[in-house]
Design a protein around this ligand. Sequence first.
Ligand SMILES: [Zn+2]
Length: 359
Amino acid sequence: MTLFVDQIDAYKDVILFRGNYDIANALIRPMNLQYRARETDLPFEMTVGSRTLIQSLDPKGEQVFPRYQSLASIPKVSLNDTRHDILVIVLYIERKPRKFVTTMNKESFVRDLIVINRSTDQPVKVCALNDLSGSQCETLFSDGDNFKVIGITALCSVSRKGFLLESTISTIIVQDPEGEKAAALTEWARKHRTVMTDQQNRVTASWNPFAGRILTTINRIKAKKATTTLPQEIYWLRVVASDIQYDRLRTYIGCSYCGKRTQLPLGTIYNCTACDKKEIIATHRATITMTFSDATGALQLTAFTKSCLPLFRLSAEEIYHMKAMDDTARFRRIAYRLSTTYFLIKIGPTTTLEHNQVL
Ligand SMILES: [Zn+2]
């Protein structure tokens, strides 16, 4: 349904999200395809005219919207079109909206909010898209004295790259949510101010990978628990490598975005079915698993293409050719350097932390 200019305000209170309506005398015609939000949407649009009648089918006085649910109750696997309304405290807001290009090649803006409520210890990321990413976000920040409760409606859950919530066209930010649930969360936040301040400091630190690198040791990494680790925590280890085997170096042609192997020739532009990205390039990829150790312990890790380049000090193409030409002498020289010279590696939790709370 399309509303124009003045109609948007005029119908704001007449048509509510999730309401059910009987609509008569509205004009229905084929839609200009560029306005279609999803390819599966019906290709028609409905226009409200002066003779249009809109009759609500919902019993009077019954609240249809919002229906707040706890963060913990949102399924980690998105069920096609389910929308979620949440009542939360904002712990962190990205300083500025970021520009990105969608899979349909449209320029868009996004801003990350990190939110929490009493149902979970693990903060959740909410991506505010486009209109919502601007000035509306600025007023949501809670300082340490006063944790402000807000409502965010009609979010969809996304689990492509870890779990997060994303705004939709219908999303509204409710600055002063009403009702018992909002009052209870405000009261809870007031009582747990110290816990909330700790959470906020932790989140702020991990989202601002400030100039300094946090250098740690392998035994401290091993002692970390899933429940006290944030998906964005990044650490640096000073290590040497061992167990560097030529047979474990795998090179292939794959998606330039997610690395999924493909049979297509190098340089082909195609749509990757594994990551859903359009117009990616079949490119050189490499992975190797080896052991990294420092004075406190050892960890076996797999380095994917991007991490292989600085380790090998070669381009992905050069690594691919080294393997293709079976140049084991060159590989041995690299392995010797990695096993005798300390270097820094950057590590963070895998996306399974967000999916399953497992490190
Ligand atoms: Zn891909």
